[in-house]
Design a protein around this ligand. Structure first.
Ligand code: UD2
Length: 371
């Protein structure tokens, strides 16, 4: 009697292809084990290659190329806070501290205000690392007149006791004032063409910062800050400001509702921030962080600025608008309070215990090349 279809005695032994003892391809058990091993080897090889190329965080390739090494050094710089032994400082508390200001963002980045950090402790952590901090400053056209005060006050307050390299971008190298700098600190001049549009001078900074990082700073510097020249330092600006991506909250808007922030509001622009979006309004006049992070920021803002230009759009506040868009998506890992960029024409608010850096009063009509 013929078994009904589907019940024809199907078992491993009756099907030649699944037989343990014989094979339709004439393979012995040993051959099959060998083929399986080769196949598994291939799969593991392909998987390893894929992981090597994509490097997810949990997969650390044991062999690093030379160009990978600085990255791991950078990670060390940011996350390992090794304090020197026997350093005496005031006992910290988690119940007493500043209560008049917010000191942490909703994404848990510190907001730096006077009274939230201990300078000696932070300097003690960073000093043994022998880090170098770069600063860029642009002094084009009549803005060269601000450079002397900027440089002199930086000597008194900006990362005092640390290696500092200041890069001055100017169209008038012969007008750069001589300022005596302490050991470990130096000034370098970079040529930039003049422009008859202030908007272009301000906005092109992103491109020049990107190129500076790529061509000069990669192996010499750990952190960078990009600052406006028409400003002076009045108080300490130091290691408390170091972080991955660092933004400064603009002094003009920090008490306002976000609907009043002067973000770029045209959806056609790559700097667009929609109504109801945006955390804070950040300054274009001061930002910084680890070299790699600032490079990414500068490159992105430059590309977006150029894409806008192709469509005939210039964002409301040039590179400041693009920076604000960038920081909305890429949250800064440290936020500096408006102590780090005040404006001289603005009376000091009570929560601002100290003004560290502030924009001077200037006559725009007189110093800018165009209205
Ligand atoms: C704000 C920002 C500035 C920038 C600008 C929008 C602050 C305190 N300032 O300031 O960073 O985002 O809006 O574009 O957040 N410069 C020259 N020569 C010139 C014109 C400008 O060197 O003829 C340089 C100089 O370094 C100056 C900077 O560009 O500090 C910004 O220009 P600004 O100070 O005229 O811009 P402002 O006051 O509108």
């Amino acid at each position: 009697m013929t078994a009904p279809l589907g019940h024809q005695g199907i078992n491993a032994r009756s099907l030649p292809g699944l037989s343990w003892s014989g094979s339709p391809y004439g393979m012995s058990l040993n051959h099959k084990i060998l083929s399986l091993a080769v196949l598994m080897g291939l799969v593991i090889g392909v998987l390893y290659y894929y992981l090597y190329m994509h490097q997810p965080f949990w997969f650390q390739c044991p062999v690093k190329t030379t160009s990978d090494r600085p990255k791991s050094m950078i990670r060390y710089h940011e996350f390992r806070l090794v304090a020197p032994e026997n350093l005496a400082y005031k006992q910290p508390s988690i119940v007493h501290g500043r209560s008049d200001v917010v000191t942490v963002t909703p994404w848990l980045a510190p907001i730096v205000w006077e009274g939230t950090f201990q300078p000696a402790l932070l300097d003690g952590i960073f000093k043994p690392r022998n880090i170098t901090i770069a600063a860029t400053v642009f002094a084009v056209g009549k803005y060269i007149r601000f450079l002397k005060d900027f440089l002199e006050t930086a000597e008194q307050h900006f990362f005092v006791g640390f290696n500092v390299h200041i890069y001055v971008f100017t169209d008038q190298q012969d007008q750069v004032p001589y300022v005596k700098m302490a050991a470990g600190r130096k000034l370098e001049l970079c040529s930039v063409p003049s422009s008859n549009r202030w908007q272009e001078i301000s906005a092109r900074r992103m491109e020049l910062i990107q190129v500076l990082i790529e061509e000069k700073l990669q192996n010499n510097v750990e952190y960078i800050f990009c600052l406006d020249v028409d400003s002076k330092f009045h108080g300490r600006w130091g290691t408390e400001s170091l972080g991955g991506l660092v933004a400064v909250v603009h002094p003009g808007y920090y008490r306002d509702d976000r609907s009043r922030f002067p973000y770029e509001r045209r959806p056609q622009s790559r700097a667009y921030v929609a109504p109801g979006e945006g955390d804070f309004y950040y300054c274009g006049g001061a930002f910084g962080g680890l070299l790699k992070e600032v490079h990414q920021l500068a490159k992105t803002c430059r590309t977006n600025f150029e894409e806008d230009a192709k469509k005939g759009i210039e964002a409301n506040w040039q590179e400041e608008s693009h920076l604000n868009r960038y920081m909305w998506i890429n949250k800064p890992s440290k936020v500096l309070s408006p102590e780090y960029l005040w404006q001289d024409f603005k009376p000091r608010n009570p929560e601002v215990g100290i003004i560290r850096f502030s924009g001077v009063i200037k006559n725009y009509a007189e110093i800018r090349p165009n209205a």
